[in-house]
Design a protein around this ligand. Structure first.
Ligand SMILES: NCc1[nH]cc(CCC(=O)O)c1CC(=O)O
Length: 317
């Protein structure tokens, strides 16, 4: 087989992820090279909620696969629309990184009325608002976006008092120590900022957070499919199947105020979910479901139907 062309966005995180996948393929005996691709999400500086639609980051990378410009596309699974692109398959979901979000800046117990929390993610916004409400303070959610350094800089400059970043991204970029737990610091050019790993009871991640989706053409060389299968992790695969089915049945994209996290223990899968109500300020719906890990898809859709009922019931009241 000739050199595998591994495509990804050009952001530092996407490049780190694709480099890791390429090195895994190399280790399995398949020479690989990186191909950087520009996406609308990187070129367009408006808010993601304004650009609209899901797959803002994924589409251009997928086009590279369909046109034959690359053989493999590496995505952050949480940015990948749940509906498969015709002709493409997610052939591998390697072992998951840290699924948690990191609070960068002012700690939760330091929040006061008027504290400015920056996030462009409706999922994070509704959960941050809930954390503040539970502490009796009225925070302001400020829509910000940008890469890791830009978001940390906004905290350093006092534009916002805190923001959230995925721990997986910081870890893959080598920005936080591998053994970090609880509270620490993240460095930027101008100094460092306090960080805190938020437990899942405070902040549920997005479906697929911390996972890579390695996609290729359905009609790929069987040798390539074999290589990709060798870097797939079964437990990760099942967990994200449950989470992504949950999202799909809810008809929620990456811009919905929805978090979902599944974990495997032995042959058992537990799926936990949180969803914001349409009114925004009427609290959150939480639910969870456990069952046989082989039934990941059924568990995901069953929990989605329960959460929909919980949301619907309240909307009628
Ligand atoms: N939405 C952007 C995005 N997509 C994937 C990651 C981080 C890596 C991951 O969650 O797998 C990030 C950054 C963030 O949310 O802080």
């Amino acid at each position: 087989m000739s050199t595998i062309r591994v495509g990804a966005r050009r952001s530092p995180l996407a490049v780190a992820q694709a480099t890791w996948v390429a090195s895994r393929l190399e280790a399995a005996g398949y020479p690989s090279e990186l191909v950087g691709i520009d996406t609308l999400g990187d070129v367009d500086r408006r808010r993601l909620t304004e650009i609209g639609g899901t797959g803002v980051f994924a589409t251009a990378v997928r086009d590279g696969l369909l046109s034959g410009g690359v053989d493999v596309a590496v995505h952050s699974l949480k940015d990948l629309p749940v509906d498969p692109a015709p002709g493409l398959v997610v052939a591998a979901t390697p072992t998951r990184e840290d699924v948690r979000d990191v609070l960068v800046g002012l700690g939760v117990d330091e929040w006061r009325d008027g504290t400015r929390l920056g996030t462009g993610s409706p999922r994070r916004a509704v959960q941050l608002a809930e954390l503040a409400r539970a502490r009796g303070v009225e925070v302001e959610i400020v829509p910000i976006r940008g890469n890791v350094d830009h978001r940390i800089d906004l905290v350093r400059q006092g534009e916002v008092h805190a923001t959230l970043l995925a721990a997986a991204g910081l870890r893959r970029l080598g920005r936080i120590p591998a053994d970090l737990e609880g509270i620490g610091e993240v460095g930027v050019a101008s100094g460092s900022v306090r960080i805190e790993l938020l437990e899942l009871s405070m902040m549920l991640p997005a479906a697929g957070q911390g996972c890579l989706g390695v996609e290729c053409r359905e009609d790929a060389d069987p040798a390539l499919l074999t290589a990709l299968a060798s870097i797939d992790d079964v437990d990760t695969h099942r967990a994200v199947s449950a989470e992504r089915t949950f999202l799909k049945v809810l008809e929620a994209g990456c811009l919905a105020p929805v978090g979902a996290f599944a974990y495997i223990s032995g042959s058992h899968l537990t799926l936990r979910a949180v969803a914001g109500r349409e009114s925004g300020d009427a609290g959150l719906v939480r639910d969870e479901l456990s069952g046989d890990a082989q039934d990941a898809v059924e568990l995901g859709s069953a929990l989605a139907r329960r959460v929909l009922a919980l949301l619907g019931k309240d909307l009628d009241e």
